[in-house]
Design a protein around this ligand. Structure first.
Ligand code: ARG
Length: 279
């Protein structure tokens, strides 16, 4: 009798373990994306991120396409395309790996969680390599750095930090601009898309928008009713932009840094900077 109970228990245990294993391992998820959760039985266990990308045949890049000239939607020959410096960089990395480029456009604030959930291989989204983020992701070399400007209506008198007291400053949610505005004691309105923040400025719902220089200047080009002002206390962006990968994906960081170096050595990087960030 005792043996029988043990047998039943054992069968039950085996069934529940395999059942549970199947549920927690959705078949749509590529295997072995993260060494920390690699399956011991998986023969591809020792493969790195780069091998995984090559086997899949595409590099999945996450970004928030509300950020011209880093990345934004543009209608080209009647087709909605995402273009910008980050796209050219992403394409160069995909070319180096010999794979297709697959771009996932999502809210900036959701990019690191998506990376950690292995839904994307890398974030290339004008993301500042901050110490705080370093705790959860690994960054490539910095590829561009700038300072923040404050966007206001063209007829606005706002020129100093004091002028912004009791005013509402829109910032993109989860960005270093949000942190800078909060640090300076501003009343902030976090908004998911920077394009929407600029809309709110134009409609008078907010008094200012904090954005990095090249992005601010691009919005001015597209909207003749706004201007940018430099306010020292809000200028620090907190670092330069870099690509972010999951912790430990050193093989992928090495490829990205190699591409950056080759682009610089060949003069292509300067061309890209001029094309997208030039005056
Ligand atoms: N550099 C800022 C940060 O890392 C803002 C980046 C926003 N990027 C974007 N694609 N909207 O927090």
């Amino acid at each position: 009798m005792k043996k029988f109970v043990v047998f039943i228990l054992a069968v039950f245990l085996v069934l529940s373990v395999t059942g549970c294993g199947n549920n927690s391992q959705p078949t749509t998820q590529p295997q072995n994306q993260n060494n920390a959760v690699a399956q011991p039985q998986d023969s591809s266990e020792k493969k790195g991120k780069v091998d995984e990308i090559k086997a899949r045949g595409e590099l999945i890049v996450g970004l928030s396409a509300d950020y011209p000239p880093y990345e934004s939607h543009q209608i080209i020959n009647g087709e909605d395309k995402i273009v910008g410096f980050d796209i050219d960089l992403a394409q160069a990395i995909a070319d180096e790996l010999g794979v297709k480029l697959n771009i996932v456009d999502t809210s900036f604030n959701g990019l690191i969680p998506m990376l950690q959930a292995n839904k994307i291989d890398v974030i290339i989204s004008g993301m500042t390599a901050t110490e705080e983020r370093e705790k959860s992701v690994d960054f490539s070399d910095i590829y561009f750095a700038g300072k923040n400007l404050v966007l206001v209506k063209k007829d606005s008198n706002i020129a100093t930090i004091d002028d912004l007291k009791d005013k509402l400053v829109a910032v993109q949610l989860g960005t270093t601009q949000e942190a800078a505005a909060q640090k300076a004691g501003m009343k902030t309105k976090p908004i998911n898309l920077l394009t929407d923040a600029v809309m709110e400025l134009k409609n008078g719902k907010v008094d200012a928008v904090l954005a990095t220089e090249v992005v601010a200047n691009n919005f001015i080009k597209l909207n003749d009713d706004i201007k940018a002002v430099y306010i020292k206390e809000l200028a620090d962006e907190g670092g330069g932009s870099a690509a972010a990968v999951n912790e430990g994906n050193k093989d992928l960081v090495d490829v990205i840094n190699k591409v950056l170096k080759e682009l610089k050595d060949s003069g292509k990087y300067d061309e890209m900077i001029n094309k997208w960030f030039g005056a």
